[in-house]
Write a protein that binds this ligand. Sequence first.
Ligand code: CU
Length: 303
Amino acid sequence: MKPGSFSITKLAASAAAGLAMTAVSVHAFAADLVGQPTDGAIGLQPGVTALRHQVEGFHTWFLLPILFGISLLVLALLAWCILRFNHRANPTPARFTHNTTVEVLWTVVPVLILLTMAIPSFRLLFDYHDMPKPDVTVKATGYQWYWGYAYPDQKIDEETSNILPEDKAKAAGVPYMLATTQPMIVPVNKVVHVLVTGADVIHSFSVPAFGVKIDAVPGRMNETWFKATQTGTYYGQCSQLCGTDHSFMPIEVKVVSQADFDAWVASKAPAPPPAANNSAAPTNAAAPAPGPTAAAAAAPAKS
Ligand SMILES: [Cu+2]
């Protein structure tokens, strides 16, 4: 008689302790690192876009309570069955097999719960889909195994963004496996439109702090957007298994002031045309261009 009730109490106590620890840890770590994961933390890393805050609210204050509520209800029902209907407490079991009221309830209630979850979920999806007028457009192309970023409006040709080698990352004091040789540079508080495609296999462009994740599919141009409200460096990773080096193609986005962005764009501008003298100067600007262009032209032809 004792062992059954004792273990249930223990189970409930450890569940409560777990919940309390969860709440404490979320609090303790939430503010630690922005734009990257924090060791030993749980929960979502801090977000810096309005949509990401909505995602967080939906997840933490809407879905999680429902999840905990359902879990506690099932735990209570289990405990009740074990205690009330065990062999000793209930030696002669009832023989009926159907109960219409209960069957209607356990069909209708879950449907209502799903509907309650679907409405804010779809609202959020529509918000992602209703893209504001972009201030900056970046084309992100996934390759095996790196990313390429091009700025069509600024006439900046695609630049290759490789993972930063471990020794260089350590020397620079940036996180290895997240830092890159060439970050995507975007201005703060501006709508950044990201055109996402894949050159070989399906990759996925994902930056948790922006609440952005979208597949990079060869032969298709997907689009997403974000408006970061804080300057800084934000990391993400390819989030679609794309081959052996899938985990070695991180995404690094540097959100900078508009002035810094303009200066960066200016630094990327091709040499001014009046200086069109002869050979030496243009080779520098011309060299990177054919590579990506040829790759981009070849990719759709294959599929
Ligand atoms: Cu990938």
